[in-house]
Design a binder for this molecule. Structure first.
Ligand SMILES: *[C@@H]1O[C@H](CO)[C@@H](O)[C@H](O)[C@H]1NC(C)=O
Ligand SMILES: *[C@@H]1O[C@H](CO)[C@@H](O)[C@H](O)[C@H]1NC(C)=O
Ligand SMILES: *[C@@H]1O[C@H](CO)[C@@H](O)[C@H](O)[C@H]1NC(C)=O
Ligand SMILES: *[C@@H]1O[C@H](CO)[C@@H](O)[C@H](O)[C@H]1NC(C)=O
Length: 384
């Protein structure tokens, strides 16, 4: 009796265990019977092919970019081991920026700022010292674009050059930025700068334009405009649009076609086209849109150290032409103004999207001229 009593619970337990086993067996059996052997084989084959494909894929191309991006972000040492030294941890961002700076639109200021920023944010700044060649042969275009694409990333490349079509040469497109200004003001700035240079002194122009005859140097601007000197007529007045239109010869002739092409390129290829009249807002937007290049730029711009550096302002002997001459100029620059207004409207739209007021700030308009006003910013000579 004792035996029986003692054995009973154990027996019960065993029965339960077997039942559980049977249950699990049933469950498996249900699935196995529901799925035919053919289907099951099909699934396994698919899985096998997937694994095989994955292996080949990884052998050929390695992990997808998104995984690399995530690893990059978290700063896995293995990534650096595999890919050499790279910048601090950051999310993916535009790593290739081209600023095809328009002459006499404050680009000198921007280049000075960029030198400081490149140091601070560890990007490669390449500022071309070719100032008088904005259009290139097809061969030169290819060479230049390949050169640009080989600059260590992240980089910002800047040069006085008309828009370059990277996709035409099957090279990855960079992000474009630019700054323009009121076309007549730009023209006047260039006119006097060519003749009389800037802060670097009265003798400066002799170095800059040594071949210029006094007749030309002291040419009255009203005469130049009203008597149709080439310098004050088209196509020389068609200046800003070609920077956005491109390298096509038709881009340099005042026409609806060039205007439309320029507008289209701004919409499709430019992250930002700012206007010099609102330089501080341009800098603020650059800071927001390209923080890895422009973070803190406004503070630098406003700092006393920079003001000292940026001291090199002020084209000498700037006269305003007569009203009559201005009107003639305005008519000759019709396309330039349509383009300028288009770009300015777009700039204001971007400002509104980011939450800045549009239009120049009224307080700035009524202020007395500031010796460092952007109006006077200098550029290198452009003979084009
Ligand atoms: C550009 O300037 C360089 C020197 O600064 C000169 O040698 C060259 O001929 C100029 N090119 C053009 C197209 O004016
Ligand atoms: C391209 O780069 C090479 C070497 O850095 C340089 O010699 C050449 O002048 C560059 N070409 C252009 C068009 O910038
Ligand atoms: C760039 O070149 C390609 C091929 O020639 C052309 O299809 C495309 O329209 C061009 N893009 C621009 C912006 O000019
Ligand atoms: C900057 O401007 C001030 C006054 O306008 C002048 O005294 C000073 O010499 C200038 N500095 C440079 C480096 O040109």
């Amino acid at each position: 009796m004792m035996k029986n009593i003692g054995n009973n619970p154990i027996h019960k337990h065993q029965v339960n265990h077997i039942r559980a086993k049977n249950k699990r067996g049933n469950w498996l059996a249900v699935i196995l019977f529901r799925i035919s052997r053919r289907d099951f084989g099909f699934c396994l084959t698919a899985l096998f092919l997937f694994c095989l494909g994955s292996i080949f894929w990884q052998l050929n191309g390695g992990p997808p970019n998104i995984l690399q991006g995530v690893r990059y972000y978290f700063g896995q040492s293995t990534f650096t081991d595999d890919h050499g030294p790279i910048a601090p941890n950051v999310l993916p961002f535009p790593r290739k920026v081209v600023y095809n700076r328009v002459g006499k639109c404050g680009s000198r200021t921007i280049v000075l700022l960029l030198r400081i920023l490149a140091d601070r944010h560890q990007f490669t700044l390449v500022s071309s010292d070719i100032h008088n060649k904005t259009r290139l042969t097809k061969h030169e275009q290819g060479t230049l674009m390949r050169n640009i694409s080989e600059i260590p990333q992240p980089f910002l490349y800047t040069r006085h050059v008309h828009f370059l079509n990277f996709s035409r040469f099957r090279i990855d497109e960079p992000v474009y930025i630019n700054i323009i200004r009121d076309p007549i003001n730009r023209f006047l700035s260039n006119y006097f700068f060519r003749r009389f240079g800037d802060w670097r002194g009265e003798e400066n122009h002799l170095v800059r334009t040594p071949g210029m005859k006094d007749e030309e140097r002291y040419l009255d601007i009203n005469t130049c405009i009203l008597e149709n000197y080439p310098e004050c007529s088209n196509p020389r007045l068609f200046y800003i649009i070609p920077y956005f239109c491109g390298q096509h010869p038709q881009c340099r002739e005042p026409s609806e076609w060039a205007l439309e092409k320029a507008k289209q390129n701004v919409l499709e290829h430019y992250l930002l086209v700012g206007v010099l009249e609102e330089l501080e807002d341009v800098l603020l937007l650059l800071e927001r849109l390209l923080p890895h290049f422009f973070a803190d730029v406004l503070n630098i711009y406003k700092s006393p150290e920079y003001k000292k550096l940026g001291n090199l302002t002020g084209t000498v002997r700037k006269h305003t032409p007569s009203l009559e001459a201005l009107q003639v100029l305005y008519q000759r620059m019709e396309y330039e103004y349509i383009f300028y207004n288009f770009a300015r409207d777009l700039f204001h739209l971007t400002k509104r999207k980011i939450g800045l007021r549009s239009g120049p700030r009224p307080s700035r308009r009524h202020r007395s001229p500031d010796p460092n006003a952007q109006e006077e910013e200098q550029d290198e000579e452009e003979q084009d």
